[in-house]
Design a binder for this molecule. Structure first.
Ligand code: SF4
Length: 169
């Protein structure tokens, strides 16, 4: 009974396994003596039906960067200064350029362009990728990835069966 704010945590489910993902979502503000009588239905939805059911907010991959130095030419500290992400750090004492966080490299090659003598080279590992998934909290990223793999596996099986049956309906 009001006055109060009704939050998602106030929803009581008849099934103990069903509960709000977040407890602190305000649903309605009640005035003095107001009472809320509400019946809510929890429904499983799929992203292919509507974007509101997509659990991912970010899903992207890039190839794994690989930075190498040409030891046959003079060390070129200018290339470290050119990195917009601060990934390269000149260490004049040890006469080296350190790579601070290879996974943050955008492979923009600003460092390569800044080096007149070809001291640095930026490429990528052919078989390694950095895959990033961020979710809205409805499901953990690992669960999203595993479920996506299951769906891909099922689709591949379906395609194989279809091909083995002659490819026609
Ligand atoms: S490729 Fe770009 S982000 Fe990567 S180290 Fe060079 S300048 Fe920095």
């Amino acid at each position: 009974m009001g006055p109060k704010v009704v939050y998602s945590k106030d929803l009581i489910s008849s099934d103990s396994k069903i509960k709000p993902v977040y407890d602190t979502i305000p649903l309605v503000k009640l005035k003095e003596d107001e009472v809320l009588n509400i019946e809510a239905v929890a429904k499983v939805g799929y992203g292919k039906e509507h974007a509101k059911w997509m659990p991912t907010t970010v899903c992207a991959y890039k190839q794994y960067p690989e930075i190498t130095f040409n030891e046959d030419v003079e060390i070129d500290y200018d290339c470290a200064q050119a990195c917009p992400r601060g990934i390269l750090k000149s260490d004049r004492r040890s006469k080296k350029i350190k790579i601070l966080d290879i996974e943050d490299c955008a492979m923009c090659k600003s460092c390569v362009r800044a080096s007149d003598n070809g001291y640095i080279n930026v490429g990528f590992r052919p078989n390694d990728f950095i895959f990033r998934i961020e979710t809205d909290g409805a499901m953990p990223p690992k669960e999203v990835l595993l479920k996506a793999c299951d769906v891909l596996g099922e689709k591949a099986d379906k395609f194989i069966r279809f091909s083995e049956e002659g490819g026609s309906k």
